[in-house]
Design a protein around this ligand. Structure first.
Ligand code: 6PG
Length: 248
């Protein structure tokens, strides 16, 4: 079944994050009600910090012990590094709700490993164990949060990078030439297996790329255009600034 695509445009960034928090909690309540747990892969970068802070402040008493947190990608740095997505999530969310979310519910990428490929393989093994994946199967997250870079990348799937072609691994170490570093990232088969993918994009600096990704025809398609859950919902949450170039 092709992905259904919804685009929600909120007046301001604050409205965007409130709407995203409500969607996160709505999905979590539904998943916990249906299967006793909620599995979510968090986005990195700076945009989602505000969502994570809002979840910590407005939903501190949520049933976090039924929530299982993963990372859609991670920089190849220790968890104490300023660039670490884990550190960002620890500071904006985990550190504020720690009594409510057991450590065993948080699946961190061991990105301190000097060998990024080993870190990726280890994370893939964690996913296979948790989701009880057989060879050839892919985990189905209840929700995968994503951001989009000004070049159209998402997670750490950058234009012209090798990971774009990966169709069998769940997690790979992707060499990102422009940053001269590896990143550890989910692959498209994992992103496209999700029950729901929610992009959050804020700010006018991304307006042109939002138009390109949502309304443009690109050959090859931009990485963010290739996120098309085969049996799930695709939701783009934008503020007016990011949506300004859309024909709509
Ligand atoms: C990362 C993210 C990346 C991010 C975009 C947007 O690790 O940086 O996974 O894909 O979502 O680069 O980043 P900003 O939200 O900082 O603009």
């Amino acid at each position: 079944m092709p992905a259904t695509r919804s685009i929600e445009v909120l007046a301001t960034a604050a409205d965007l994050f409130h709407a995203a928090a409500e969607e996160f909690v709505r999905l979590a309540r539904t998943a916990i009600g249906a299967q006793g747990r909620f599995t979510v892969a968090l986005a990195g970068g700076s945009t989602p910090k505000a969502l994570y802070s809002l979840l910590a402040s407005n939903y501190a008493d949520f049933v976090w012990n039924r929530v299982f947190l993963f990372f859609g990608d991670e920089r190849h740095v220790p968890p104490t590094d300023a660039d670490s997505n884990y550190r960002m999530v620890e500071e904006s969310l985990l550190g504020k709700i720690k009594p409510a979310i057991p450590a065993e519910n948080v699946f961190r990428v061991a990105a301190e490993n000097p060998d990024a490929a080993v870190a990726a393989a280890d994370y893939e093994a964690q996913l296979r164990r948790f989701f009880e994946i057989k060879p050839g199967e892919f985990p189905r997250f209840d929700l995968i949060l994503l951001g989009m870079g000004p070049d159209g990348h998402t997670a750490s799937l950058f234009p012209d990078s090798a990971a774009l072609e990966e169709q069998s691994r769940l997690v790979v170490a992707n060499w990102v030439a422009k940053f001269n570093t590896h990143r550890i990232t989910f692959t498209f088969p994992v992103l496209n297996r999700a029950a729901e993918v929610m992009f959050m994009v804020s700010g006018g600096d991304k307006g042109d790329m939002v138009h390109q990704v949502l309304e443009g025809k690109n050959t090859p398609p931009l990485p963010s255009q290739r996120v098309q859950p085969s049996d799930g919902r695709l939701l783009w949450m934008l503020d007016e600034a990011a949506a300004a170039k859309l024909a709509r």
